[in-house]
Design a protein around this ligand. Structure first.
Ligand SMILES: C[S@@+](CC[C@H](N)C(=O)[O-])C[C@H]1O[C@@H](n2cnc3c(N)ncnc32)[C@H](O)[C@@H]1O
Length: 209
């Protein structure tokens, strides 16, 4: 399946499941561990001017809320309009956030791009890495997650995802190699849930060359 066909399928699945997203308690706990790791990697925003961040694949705005709380000016981008509707409702009126599903709104270069739970859905994620390579500014930071192929829990998640939106697991080595091809260098990585080599999720930070 070509990447754009895969993307349409992912959009369709998330549109269908927007109302149920995060109701699963296991996803909720895993998400909590991912957000804790993410928080430890996010730089403190500048005091003088509003620091901007692109929340790529923002979904219902779970990560967006954390970024706003830290003090960032956030653009939340997602291919699923239904997920974005939920994000708008849960965020409420806030001048520091803008949600969009239009890729044209992303032009420019971002000092920080966060993409939690997006790589999961692409068996070949070359196109995503290339897109991030174009979007992140030189010296900028990219924070991403992916299910860990070395984790029995992640393998179970991949198996069960067949009934919702098929996910794929990977290794940190593969992520580093994809990142390198897109102009990034790996700077920090953790595996969480639990915090061990066999933890469910890889949370990794990359710097743009
Ligand atoms: C598992 S959810 C994660 C949402 C959010 N980042 C979080 O951690 O709660 C994945 C989201 O990524 C979005 N997504 C998947 N592929 C995408 C792509 N190529 N571009 C933008 N968004 C994408 C989906 O529509 C979905 O809302």
């Amino acid at each position: 399946m070509k990447t754009n066909e895969r993307q349409s399928l992912v959009r369709q699945r998330f549109n269908q499941r927007a109302g149920k997203y995060l109701r699963n308690p296991i996803s909720h706990w895993i998400g909590h561990s991912e957000l804790t790791a993410l928080r430890s990697m996010i730089p403190t925003p500048s005091q003088n001017e509003k620091s901007t961040v692109l929340d790529f694949g923002c979904g219902t705005g779970r990560v967006t809320a954390v970024l706003l709380e830290i003090g960032y000016n956030v653009t939340g981008y997602d291919i699923s309009p239904r997920m974005l509707e939920r994000a708008r409702v849960s965020t409420g009126d806030n001048a520091d956030v803008k949600f969009t599903s239009d890729p044209q709104d992303l032009s420019g270069s971002w000092p920080l791009l966060v993409a939690l739970g997006v790589l999961d859905y692409y068996p070949d994620n070359t196109v995503l890495w290339q897109e991030w390579g174009r979007l992140v500014s030189r010296g900028g930071l990219l924070l991403v997650t992916a299910p860990n192929l070395h984790s029995p829990l992640a393998r179970l998640y991949v198996f069960l995802s067949h009934f919702t939106c098929q996910a794929y697991a990977t290794t940190l080595e593969k992520m580093k190699s994809d990142a390198r091809l897109a102009g990034f260098v790996g700077i920090e990585a953790q595996t969480v849930f639990p915090k061990a080599g066999w933890g469910h999720t890889i949370v990794a930070g990359f710097k743009k060359n």
